[in-house]
Design a protein around this ligand. Structure first.
Ligand code: NAX
Length: 327
């Protein structure tokens, strides 16, 4: 077997973590030959519930799970880690202004970014899931200047998977037959699911489905509203599908995407009119533990407009977070 990887999960007593941890311990990210040392981070008031999660992890007798440590201190959780899933964040309370929510989360991710900067392995791979995920990742990046560029990413994979499933169903093909799908922008209702480059066995997906009205008026808004639809039906927000997307994102980053496009929230290198440094959903490919944004795509006017609207929202979030960082 390989050397154990040290993996931190924040928000470890929450509902996404409850779906994530068991798959992680099963080997779904690092493979069947890599043991895992888990570091579970949550707030002081969640420590009792967290012990229940630890009991259940113990009771699974996962062969790969070599140790579990719980803490409310990011410095302890992130010490020498190889990977982190930052799931915990401040949820929107009743009557809370969007600006206050951004500020509360900017403060959390400033602290956690600084802790990563101080103690994580320089090769650490960080996935921010907690919302506002893109901007939280942006704050963490600003607070971790000594980590190499590309260490911290945000999750847009749930939107990617949601779009892939709907496209495949409409085209009547297996979901993994859909390739070169891109989801651009913020993980918010402004995200933009782009079929213009997508293919099925080398044929254009748009050509196969051949219904631009369905794409514009049904697919895009349904993917954007999917989180709300799940919440209304289930009485709780997406958890298993969010955990699955987090597993997919980290697995592809660690193990490679075999040439397939996967959407990730990454610091922009200035292409497609996305300001440099802004953390924005883009198509990428992953190889040898490194992600690379897909470059040189021609974007049609509809895609450019959709992406620009989401980028504008990200700029506003970033500027609100910037005020907190300046304090
Ligand atoms: P829960 O409320 O069930 O769990 C959150 C956990 O985080 C709680 O145990 C809480 O105590 C902990 N927490 C809060 N602040 C913390 C901090 N500063 N340090 C460590 N732990 C902290 O939420 P859950 O349903 O698990 O969702 C977690 C986050 O994922 C939310 O922000 C949610 O909005 C976000 N999502 C992001 C998605 C994405 O695609 N990027 C999709 C799913 C999900 O909506």
């Amino acid at each position: 077997p390989n050397a154990p990887v040290k993996v931190a999960v924040s928000g470890a007593a929450g509902q996404i973590a409850y779906a994530l941890l068991f798959r992680l311990a099963q080997g779904d990210v690092f493979g069947p030959d890599t043991p895992i040392d888990l570091r579970l981070l949550d707030l002081p008031q969640a420590q009792a519930a967290l012990q229940g999660v630890v009991m259940e992890l113990d009771d699974c007798a996962f062969p790969l799970l070599t140790s579990i440590q719980t803490t409310d201190d990011p410095i302890i959780a992130f010490d020498d880690i190889d990977a982190a899933f930052l799931v915990g964040s401040r949820p929107r309370a009743k009557g809370m202004e969007r600006r206050d929510l951004l500020a509360a989360n900017a403060a959390i991710f400033k602290t956690q970014g600084a802790a990563l900067n101080a103690v994580a392995k320089r090769s650490v791979k960080v996935l921010v899931v907690g919302n506002p995920a893109n901007t939280n990742a942006w704050v963490a990046i600003q607070s971790a200047p000594d980590l190499p560029p590309g260490a911290i990413t945000s999750m847009i994979r749930l939107d990617h998977n949601r779009a892939a499933a709907q496209f495949a169903r409409r085209a009547g093909v297996p979901v993994d037959a859909v390739e070169k799908l891109a989801v651009w922008g913020n993980h918010s209702p402004t995200m933009f699911a782009d079929w213009s480059h997508a293919t099925v066995e080398g044929q254009s997906l748009a050509g196969l489905i051949n219904d631009e009205t369905w794409y514009r008026d049904t697919l895009i808004p349904e993917v954007a509203r999917r989180g709300t639809a799940v919440l209304e039906a289930r009485g709780a927000s997406s958890a298993a599908s969010a955990a699955n997307a987090a597993i997919n994102h980290m697995r592809d980053w660690v193990q490679g995407s075999n040439g397939r496009w996967v959407s990730m929230g990454v610091a922009s290198i200035g292409q497609y009119d996305i300001p440099e440094g802004l953390v924005c959903g883009v198509p990428t490919t992953c190889r040898d533990g490194v992600y690379a944004p897909v470059t040189g795509l021609e974007l049609d006017a509809f895609t450019r407009a959709g992406l620009a609207a989401s980028v504008q929202e990200l700029i506003e979030e970033r500027d609100a977070a910037l005020a907190v960082l300046a304090d």
